[in-house]
Design a protein. Structure first.
Length: 599
């Protein structure tokens, strides 16, 4: 029906006859001449409707926004001084010869160039929202990124293999989405949190380079970078070391950014250990653009009179300092605001010292209510370690290690971007390696896997799984970029006896092992190769590339933060017949019936 996309017509087409199809983005009547901005996925083209063609002009007079049109006309240059440098077609216009309304449209719920739309309105009318140029650009970028991944992996010998969407419920961290079975009453499938087990089985089966761009499902609390269903670029390979896997994946990410954004990422990406990342940045996905760092002062304040510091310092907690160059100029209101901010992360407060004169380690040179409770040796160590100068400010976190890391890590990033403590780099990737194998779950009084229970321990750390699980490191690695986790993975366990020892450390007994993971343990006994891989969050990567605030802006039909689809009104009730077929009775309805019977 058309010869060109609207956004593709340019000065090279002058004097040609073209046929375009699209939506009326805007109609303007300029004293007898009607201008229509015609829009499709590639952009806009200005169409001029002249009254010299009466039949066509009568149709143009009745065109309104979002009418679907087909026009045929001659490409000509715009009059001098009327060009639009913001459009690819900004040098030309189309003099309309024929105009056909393919479909009329009612007035849309909002104008496509309207600003400050609420997200609920956008998601309720998502089809209209997706017509907005920014959303079209985002989804075109998403396609471009996905194809860049595919081309690289195809060129490297990886093959795309699908894995099941209906599978077995296994403990992998988050809640599973369960699917009741009609054929097997009382039994359930689970939607996969990831293809983890299946991609390991594919390695055992001999497909030594696998990938898949696939949906994953986790029934967990949502936030800006989470959805109940999300997309992973899932990758697994055999016979490569940890260093070889991260090197290949680093090459892939550089290729994707070059293809999709024409951006050259640093080469090579820096590597830091998980322990160093937490010590210096309070985060395992630090934003390296921010120049501020945390300083360890736990030992320096263990014997001070200030119990807020000495308490955590002598009971296994952490006391850390965050130096803010020139921060003594922060107002009391700003400091109070940052104090409220860290409370989001469990901190009870935010101690600080304003360094008015770094040469005077007392209340004359250091301004803070806490100075009188810190002895001279502690103050001297704090100033030396942080490198604080006159005019600086030092914030402190003192509590359980996790709370200090979460609170000061978040404050570091917030201060950095709000006050300009950044190095100006657009993209700062890094590998975080040597993660702990286990972390202690205080609520359940047991060890749990930091990544997942199929991660291999570092060579020489196998014995620590039984004697000192907290000291055991894993062959695990995450790739972070600008404060976001792009992806992560590990070298897997390929020997059944090592996998069983990990289960023992996690308190998963032989019967539970066999019931939940028997198919994997059995497969490992039949000659499993050394293998490993990782998964990248496609939604997150595209969100970063697009400069969007939420992954909902790069997903065609996302859920809200309450895990609802406002467009289709899902989830929704189903009729009683469907429930009976699945042998399900809703507890709330049963309880209501009982109460009615009693009354």
């Amino acid at each position: 029906m058309r010869t060109h996309y609207c956004g593709e017509v340019n000065a090279s087409h002058v004097d040609q006859i073209v046929t375009l199809c699209g939506w009326s983005h805007r109609r303007r009547d300029h004293g007898g001449v009607i201008f229509i901005d015609l829009r499709d996925r590639e952009g806009l083209a200005q169409v001029v409707c002249d009254p010299d063609r009466p039949e066509m002009f009568r149709i143009a007079e009745n065109v309104r926004n979002e009418f679907v049109l087909k026009i045929t006309g001659k490409v000509r240059r715009r009059p001098a001084g009327t060009e639009n440098p913001n459009l690819a077609s900004g040098e030309i216009e189309i003099l309309c010869h024929e105009l056909e309304v393919l479909n009329a449209a009612v007035t849309p719920p909002f104008q496509l160039d309207e600003e400050n739309l609420s997200e609920n309105v956008r998601l309720t009318h998502r089809v209209i929202d997706l017509r907005r140029p920014q959303m079209q650009k985002n989804l075109m970028l998403r396609y471009k990124v996905a194809m860049a991944f595919r081309r690289f992996l195809d060129d490297k010998g990886f093959i795309d293999i699908e894995t099941p969407m209906l599978t077995k419920s296994t403990p992998e961290g988050a809640r599973d989405y369960l699917v009741p079975s009609r054929v097997h009453p009382g039994q359930f499938f689970a939607l996969p949190q990831s293809p983890q087990l299946f991609k390991q089985l594919l390695m055992v089966a001999g497909f030594d380079r696998y990938y898949q761009i696939t949906k994953c499902f986790r029934d967990e609390d949502l936030r800006a970078d989470r959805q109940p269903e999300f997309t992973q670029v899932d990758i697994e390979t055999s016979f490569l070391t940890e260093e070889q896997i991260t090197g290949l994946m680093e090459e892939m990410i550089r290729s994707v950014f070059k293809t999709a954004l024409a951006v050259d990422l640093p080469n090579p990406f820096p590597h830091i250990s998980h322990a160093e990342a937490m010590r210096r940045y309070g985060s395992d996905k630090p934003d390296l653009r921010v120049t501020l760092e945390l300083t360890e002062v736990t030992d320096a304040v263990a014997d001070v009179a200030f119990k807020v510091f000495s308490g955590p310092a002598t009971s296994g907690g952490r006391v850390a300092a965050l130096r803010v160059p020139g921060g003594a100029s922060l107002t009391r209101g700003e400091i109070d605001g940052y104090t409220e901010f860290v409370k989001i992360y469990g901190a009870r407060g935010l101690a600080y010292i304003k360094v008015n004169d770094a040469s005077k380690l007392n209340e004359e040179g250091l301004q803070s209510p806490i100075v009188k409770n810190l002895h001279a040796a502690a103050l001297k160590t704090i100033i030396e370690r942080t490198g604080a100068l006159s005019g600086d400010l030092i914030f402190f976190g003192a509590d359980k290690t996790k709370i200090v890391n979460d609170a000061l890590g978040a404050l570091r990033t917030k201060l950095g971007h709000e006050k300009g403590y950044v190095d100006g780099s657009a993209w700062r990737p890094l590998w975080v390696v040597d993660f702990p194998m286990f972390e202690y779950d205080e609520d359940n009084q047991r060890w749990s896997a930091c990544h997942h229970p199929f991660t291999s321990p570092k060579d020489g750390h196998e014995a620590l799984m039984a004697t000192d699980p907290g000291a055991c490191l894993a062959k695990a690695y995450d790739l972070a970029l600008n404060g976001w986790e792009m992806g992560g993975g590990s070298v897997r366990i390929h020997r059944a006896e090592v996998q069983e020892r990990v289960f023992q450390a996690l308190g998963i007994g032989p019967e539970e092992q066999q019931a939940k993971f028997g198919f994997l343990l059995d497969a490992l006994k039949y000659g499993a190769p050394p293998h490993g891989g990782l998964a990248f969050g496609l939604d997150r990567i595209v969100t970063m590339m697009a400069g969007a605030e939420s992954i909902r802006d790069v997903i065609a039909f996302p859920k809200t933060q309450r895990a609802q689809c406002l467009l289709t009104d899902a989830p929704s009730d189903v009729d009683e017949k469907q429930l009976r077929e699945l042998h399900i009775r809703l507890r709330q309805k049963v309880e209501t019936q009982v109460e009615v019977g009693k009354s």
